[in-house]
Design a protein around this ligand. Structure first.
Ligand SMILES: NC(=O)c1ccc[n+]([C@@H]2O[C@H](COP(=O)([O-])OP(=O)(O)OC[C@H]3O[C@@H](n4cnc5c(N)ncnc54)[C@H](OP(=O)(O)O)[C@@H]3O)[C@@H](O)[C@H]2O)c1
Length: 281
Protein backbone atom coordinates (compact mmCIF):
# COMPACT_ATOMS: atom_id res chain seq x y z
CA UNK A 1 0.00 0.00 0.00
CA UNK A 2 1.34 3.44 -0.90
CA UNK A 3 1.90 5.88 1.98
CA UNK A 4 1.30 9.62 1.84
CA UNK A 5 2.46 12.00 4.59
CA UNK A 6 0.37 15.17 4.90
CA UNK A 7 1.42 18.00 7.22
CA UNK A 8 -1.29 20.29 8.54
CA UNK A 9 -3.81 17.46 8.25
CA UNK A 10 -5.89 18.46 11.27
CA UNK A 11 -8.00 21.09 9.51
CA UNK A 12 -8.79 22.90 6.29
CA UNK A 13 -7.15 21.81 3.03
CA UNK A 14 -4.84 19.20 4.62
CA UNK A 15 -7.70 17.39 6.36
CA UNK A 16 -9.79 17.23 3.18
CA UNK A 17 -6.76 16.10 1.17
CA UNK A 18 -6.29 13.30 3.73
CA UNK A 19 -9.94 12.25 3.22
CA UNK A 20 -9.62 12.29 -0.59
CA UNK A 21 -6.34 10.34 -0.55
CA UNK A 22 -7.48 7.67 1.93
CA UNK A 23 -10.59 7.27 -0.25
CA UNK A 24 -8.19 6.28 -3.06
CA UNK A 25 -6.96 3.40 -0.90
CA UNK A 26 -3.64 4.92 0.15
CA UNK A 27 -2.28 4.96 3.68
CA UNK A 28 -2.10 8.44 5.22
CA UNK A 29 0.20 9.66 7.97
CA UNK A 30 -1.12 13.05 9.04
CA UNK A 31 0.93 15.59 10.99
CA UNK A 32 -0.59 18.15 13.35
CA UNK A 33 0.61 20.32 16.20
CA UNK A 34 -2.00 19.41 18.82
CA UNK A 35 -2.45 15.84 20.09
CA UNK A 36 -6.12 16.53 20.73
CA UNK A 37 -6.76 17.88 17.20
CA UNK A 38 -4.77 14.99 15.69
CA UNK A 39 -6.99 12.50 17.51
CA UNK A 40 -10.14 14.39 16.49
CA UNK A 41 -9.05 14.41 12.84
CA UNK A 42 -8.20 10.70 12.95
CA UNK A 43 -11.62 9.88 14.42
CA UNK A 44 -13.39 12.09 11.84
CA UNK A 45 -11.53 10.35 9.00
CA UNK A 46 -12.30 6.90 10.34
CA UNK A 47 -15.95 7.72 11.00
CA UNK A 48 -16.43 8.42 7.30
CA UNK A 49 -14.17 5.52 6.20
CA UNK A 50 -13.75 2.82 8.89
CA UNK A 51 -11.40 0.81 6.65
CA UNK A 52 -9.01 3.77 6.16
CA UNK A 53 -5.37 3.22 7.07
CA UNK A 54 -4.50 6.39 8.96
CA UNK A 55 -2.03 7.46 11.64
CA UNK A 56 -1.21 10.84 13.09
CA UNK A 57 2.08 12.24 14.36
CA UNK A 58 2.09 15.30 16.59
CA UNK A 59 4.69 18.08 16.55
CA UNK A 60 5.11 21.83 16.22
CA UNK A 61 6.74 22.21 12.80
CA UNK A 62 7.90 25.76 13.55
CA UNK A 63 10.59 24.19 15.76
CA UNK A 64 13.38 22.32 13.98
CA UNK A 65 13.85 20.02 16.97
CA UNK A 66 10.21 18.99 16.60
CA UNK A 67 10.52 18.58 12.81
CA UNK A 68 13.30 16.07 13.50
CA UNK A 69 11.11 14.29 16.09
CA UNK A 70 8.20 14.17 13.61
CA UNK A 71 10.53 12.75 10.94
CA UNK A 72 11.78 10.08 13.37
CA UNK A 73 8.18 9.09 14.20
CA UNK A 74 7.25 8.91 10.48
CA UNK A 75 10.32 6.79 9.71
CA UNK A 76 9.42 4.39 12.48
CA UNK A 77 5.81 4.12 11.17
CA UNK A 78 7.19 3.42 7.68
CA UNK A 79 9.40 0.56 8.84
CA UNK A 80 11.30 -0.62 5.75
CA UNK A 81 8.81 0.89 3.29
CA UNK A 82 9.35 3.78 0.93
CA UNK A 83 7.30 6.97 1.04
CA UNK A 84 5.13 7.59 -2.00
CA UNK A 85 4.26 11.25 -1.40
CA UNK A 86 5.15 13.99 1.07
CA UNK A 87 2.53 16.76 1.07
CA UNK A 88 4.00 19.76 2.83
CA UNK A 89 0.89 21.76 3.55
CA UNK A 90 1.10 23.08 7.14
CA UNK A 91 1.22 26.84 7.15
CA UNK A 92 0.21 29.92 9.00
CA UNK A 93 -0.07 33.68 9.06
CA UNK A 94 1.21 36.06 11.74
CA UNK A 95 0.00 39.67 12.02
CA UNK A 96 3.14 40.74 13.86
CA UNK A 97 6.82 39.88 13.68
CA UNK A 98 7.11 36.60 15.59
CA UNK A 99 10.07 34.29 15.99
CA UNK A 100 10.28 30.52 16.39
CA UNK A 101 12.18 28.54 19.03
CA UNK A 102 15.14 28.68 16.61
CA UNK A 103 14.94 32.48 16.36
CA UNK A 104 13.64 32.58 12.77
CA UNK A 105 10.70 34.62 11.47
CA UNK A 106 7.60 32.44 11.89
CA UNK A 107 6.10 32.48 8.38
CA UNK A 108 9.47 31.83 6.69
CA UNK A 109 10.25 29.03 9.19
CA UNK A 110 6.85 27.33 9.20
CA UNK A 111 5.73 27.84 5.60
CA UNK A 112 9.12 27.13 4.02
CA UNK A 113 11.95 25.84 6.24
CA UNK A 114 9.86 23.16 7.98
CA UNK A 115 8.91 21.61 4.63
CA UNK A 116 12.52 21.81 3.44
CA UNK A 117 13.85 20.04 6.55
CA UNK A 118 11.13 17.37 6.56
CA UNK A 119 11.75 16.68 2.86
CA UNK A 120 15.47 16.31 3.62
CA UNK A 121 14.80 13.82 6.44
CA UNK A 122 12.35 11.77 4.37
CA UNK A 123 14.37 12.02 1.14
CA UNK A 124 15.86 8.48 1.20
CA UNK A 125 12.36 6.98 1.56
CA UNK A 126 10.94 9.19 -1.20
CA UNK A 127 13.77 8.10 -3.47
CA UNK A 128 13.23 4.46 -2.53
CA UNK A 129 9.59 4.73 -3.70
CA UNK A 130 10.33 6.91 -6.75
CA UNK A 131 7.85 9.22 -5.07
CA UNK A 132 6.63 12.80 -5.20
CA UNK A 133 6.69 15.96 -3.12
CA UNK A 134 3.71 18.30 -3.17
CA UNK A 135 3.93 21.72 -1.55
CA UNK A 136 0.93 23.91 -0.85
CA UNK A 137 1.68 27.22 -2.51
CA UNK A 138 -0.49 30.16 -3.35
CA UNK A 139 -1.25 32.41 -6.27
CA UNK A 140 0.04 35.24 -4.06
CA UNK A 141 3.62 34.13 -4.91
CA UNK A 142 3.08 36.08 -8.16
CA UNK A 143 3.10 39.32 -6.16
CA UNK A 144 6.34 38.47 -4.32
CA UNK A 145 10.09 38.76 -4.73
CA UNK A 146 12.91 37.50 -2.55
CA UNK A 147 13.98 40.11 0.04
CA UNK A 148 17.56 38.88 0.23
CA UNK A 149 18.79 41.80 2.32
CA UNK A 150 16.20 41.16 5.04
CA UNK A 151 14.76 37.75 4.30
CA UNK A 152 13.05 37.45 7.67
CA UNK A 153 11.66 41.00 7.60
CA UNK A 154 13.43 41.87 10.84
CA UNK A 155 13.89 45.51 9.89
CA UNK A 156 10.43 46.16 8.54
CA UNK A 157 7.83 43.44 9.02
CA UNK A 158 4.86 43.12 6.72
CA UNK A 159 2.56 40.17 7.35
CA UNK A 160 1.45 40.04 3.73
CA UNK A 161 4.94 40.40 2.23
CA UNK A 162 6.34 37.71 4.55
CA UNK A 163 3.47 35.37 3.61
CA UNK A 164 3.81 35.93 -0.15
CA UNK A 165 7.59 35.51 -0.01
CA UNK A 166 7.17 32.21 1.90
CA UNK A 167 4.92 30.99 -0.93
CA UNK A 168 7.50 32.08 -3.53
CA UNK A 169 10.00 30.01 -1.49
CA UNK A 170 7.73 26.95 -1.95
CA UNK A 171 7.88 27.48 -5.73
CA UNK A 172 11.65 28.06 -5.84
CA UNK A 173 12.32 25.01 -3.66
CA UNK A 174 10.18 22.71 -5.84
CA UNK A 175 11.73 24.10 -9.04
CA UNK A 176 15.25 23.64 -7.66
CA UNK A 177 14.53 20.04 -6.60
CA UNK A 178 13.33 19.25 -10.13
CA UNK A 179 16.38 20.97 -11.58
CA UNK A 180 18.82 18.95 -9.43
CA UNK A 181 17.36 15.46 -9.87
CA UNK A 182 14.56 13.45 -11.46
CA UNK A 183 14.00 10.53 -9.05
CA UNK A 184 11.39 12.43 -7.02
CA UNK A 185 9.13 14.87 -8.83
CA UNK A 186 8.15 18.05 -6.98
CA UNK A 187 4.90 19.99 -7.48
CA UNK A 188 3.23 23.01 -5.97
CA UNK A 189 -0.55 23.22 -5.62
CA UNK A 190 -2.37 26.54 -5.76
CA UNK A 191 -5.51 25.75 -3.75
CA UNK A 192 -7.18 29.02 -4.80
CA UNK A 193 -9.12 31.07 -2.25
CA UNK A 194 -10.39 28.53 0.28
CA UNK A 195 -12.80 28.99 3.16
CA UNK A 196 -10.59 27.95 6.09
CA UNK A 197 -9.60 29.62 9.38
CA UNK A 198 -5.94 30.14 8.46
CA UNK A 199 -6.12 33.94 8.78
CA UNK A 200 -7.99 33.78 12.08
CA UNK A 201 -5.48 31.68 14.01
CA UNK A 202 -2.69 33.55 15.87
CA UNK A 203 -3.67 36.77 14.12
CA UNK A 204 -5.25 39.93 15.41
CA UNK A 205 -6.63 43.28 14.33
CA UNK A 206 -6.88 44.01 10.62
CA UNK A 207 -5.61 40.61 9.43
CA UNK A 208 -8.26 38.79 11.45
CA UNK A 209 -11.09 41.06 10.23
CA UNK A 210 -9.84 41.04 6.62
CA UNK A 211 -9.72 37.22 6.52
CA UNK A 212 -13.16 36.79 8.15
CA UNK A 213 -14.61 38.79 5.26
CA UNK A 214 -12.39 37.40 2.50
CA UNK A 215 -12.75 33.70 3.26
CA UNK A 216 -16.51 33.90 2.67
CA UNK A 217 -15.73 34.13 -1.05
CA UNK A 218 -13.58 31.00 -0.90
CA UNK A 219 -14.39 27.49 -2.06
CA UNK A 220 -14.76 24.57 0.36
CA UNK A 221 -11.49 22.73 1.09
CA UNK A 222 -12.91 19.62 -0.64
CA UNK A 223 -12.28 21.45 -3.94
CA UNK A 224 -8.44 21.79 -3.76
CA UNK A 225 -8.28 18.35 -2.08
CA UNK A 226 -9.03 16.83 -5.49
CA UNK A 227 -5.81 18.28 -6.94
CA UNK A 228 -3.70 16.57 -4.26
CA UNK A 229 -5.51 13.28 -4.90
CA UNK A 230 -4.88 13.73 -8.63
CA UNK A 231 -1.14 14.37 -8.15
CA UNK A 232 -0.84 11.39 -5.78
CA UNK A 233 -2.53 8.93 -8.10
CA UNK A 234 -1.82 9.96 -11.68
CA UNK A 235 0.53 7.64 -13.61
CA UNK A 236 2.92 8.41 -15.15
CA UNK A 237 3.92 11.43 -13.05
CA UNK A 238 2.23 14.50 -14.59
CA UNK A 239 4.42 17.07 -16.30
CA UNK A 240 4.55 20.62 -14.97
CA UNK A 241 5.29 22.28 -11.64
CA UNK A 242 2.29 24.33 -10.54
CA UNK A 243 -1.23 22.88 -10.37
CA UNK A 244 -4.67 24.36 -9.80
CA UNK A 245 -7.91 22.39 -10.15
CA UNK A 246 -5.99 19.33 -11.43
CA UNK A 247 -4.41 21.32 -14.25
CA UNK A 248 -0.89 22.61 -14.81
CA UNK A 249 -1.08 26.44 -14.78
CA UNK A 250 1.23 29.41 -15.32
CA UNK A 251 3.38 30.81 -12.54
CA UNK A 252 5.61 33.80 -11.87
CA UNK A 253 8.70 34.26 -14.07
CA UNK A 254 10.67 34.78 -10.86
CA UNK A 255 10.36 31.03 -10.22
CA UNK A 256 12.59 30.42 -13.25
CA UNK A 257 15.39 32.46 -11.66
CA UNK A 258 17.87 29.62 -11.15
CA UNK A 259 20.25 31.84 -9.17
CA UNK A 260 17.50 32.72 -6.66
CA UNK A 261 16.45 29.07 -6.38
CA UNK A 262 20.03 27.92 -5.74
CA UNK A 263 20.62 30.69 -3.24
CA UNK A 264 17.45 29.81 -1.32
CA UNK A 265 18.32 26.10 -1.33
CA UNK A 266 21.80 26.78 0.08
CA UNK A 267 20.50 29.28 2.64
CA UNK A 268 17.85 26.78 3.76
CA UNK A 269 20.53 24.11 4.20
CA UNK A 270 22.52 26.54 6.31
CA UNK A 271 19.53 27.62 8.44
CA UNK A 272 18.50 23.98 8.98
CA UNK A 273 22.07 22.80 9.61
CA UNK A 274 21.87 20.03 6.98
CA UNK A 275 23.17 19.09 3.53
CA UNK A 276 20.01 18.15 1.65
CA UNK A 277 19.95 14.44 0.80
CA UNK A 278 23.40 14.04 2.35
CA UNK A 279 24.83 16.42 -0.24
CA UNK A 280 24.24 14.06 -3.16
CA UNK A 281 21.98 16.45 -5.09
N1 LIG B 1 -7.10 29.09 2.67
C1 LIG B 1 -6.63 29.64 1.55
O1 LIG B 1 -7.34 30.42 0.87
C2 LIG B 1 -5.26 29.33 1.08
C3 LIG B 1 -4.84 29.87 -0.15
C4 LIG B 1 -3.55 29.60 -0.61
C5 LIG B 1 -2.72 28.78 0.14
N2 LIG B 1 -3.13 28.28 1.35
C6 LIG B 1 -2.19 27.43 2.07
O2 LIG B 1 -2.85 26.21 2.41
C7 LIG B 1 -2.17 25.60 3.51
C8 LIG B 1 -3.21 25.07 4.47
O3 LIG B 1 -3.93 26.16 4.99
P1 LIG B 1 -5.51 26.12 5.27
O4 LIG B 1 -6.09 27.26 4.54
O5 LIG B 1 -6.05 24.77 5.10
O6 LIG B 1 -5.54 26.56 6.82
P2 LIG B 1 -5.70 25.74 8.16
O7 LIG B 1 -7.02 25.08 8.20
O8 LIG B 1 -5.34 26.67 9.25
O9 LIG B 1 -4.59 24.59 8.02
C9 LIG B 1 -3.26 24.78 8.43
C10 LIG B 1 -2.77 23.46 8.98
O10 LIG B 1 -1.43 23.62 9.43
C11 LIG B 1 -1.35 23.25 10.80
N3 LIG B 1 -0.32 24.02 11.48
C12 LIG B 1 -0.30 25.36 11.71
N4 LIG B 1 0.81 25.69 12.40
C13 LIG B 1 1.49 24.54 12.62
C14 LIG B 1 2.68 24.22 13.30
N5 LIG B 1 3.42 25.17 13.91
N6 LIG B 1 3.08 22.93 13.35
C15 LIG B 1 2.35 21.96 12.76
N7 LIG B 1 1.19 22.20 12.10
C16 LIG B 1 0.77 23.47 12.04
C17 LIG B 1 -2.73 23.58 11.34
O11 LIG B 1 -2.95 22.93 12.58
P3 LIG B 1 -4.21 23.36 13.54
O12 LIG B 1 -5.40 22.56 13.02
O13 LIG B 1 -3.76 22.93 14.87
O14 LIG B 1 -4.41 24.83 13.41
C18 LIG B 1 -3.58 23.03 10.21
O15 LIG B 1 -3.65 21.63 10.26
C19 LIG B 1 -1.23 26.65 4.06
O16 LIG B 1 0.09 26.35 3.64
C20 LIG B 1 -1.70 27.93 3.40
O17 LIG B 1 -0.64 28.87 3.25
C21 LIG B 1 -4.37 28.54 1.82
Amino acid sequence: MKTVVITGATSGIGFEAACAITAQGMRVIGVGRSAERCERAREALLSGMPEANVDFVCGDLSSQREVHAVADAILSLLGDEGLWVLISNAGGVRSWYTTTADGYEMQFALNHLAGFLLAHRLWPRLKQAGGRIILTGSNSHKMARMHWKDIMFQRRYSCLMAYKQSKLCNMLFAAELNRRQSAVKAYVVDPGLVNTDIGNKETSGLVDVFWKLRKRGGVDPEVPAQTYAFLCSRQPAPEGLYYHNCRSVAYSKRVNDAADAKRLFELSEQLCGVKFGGGEL
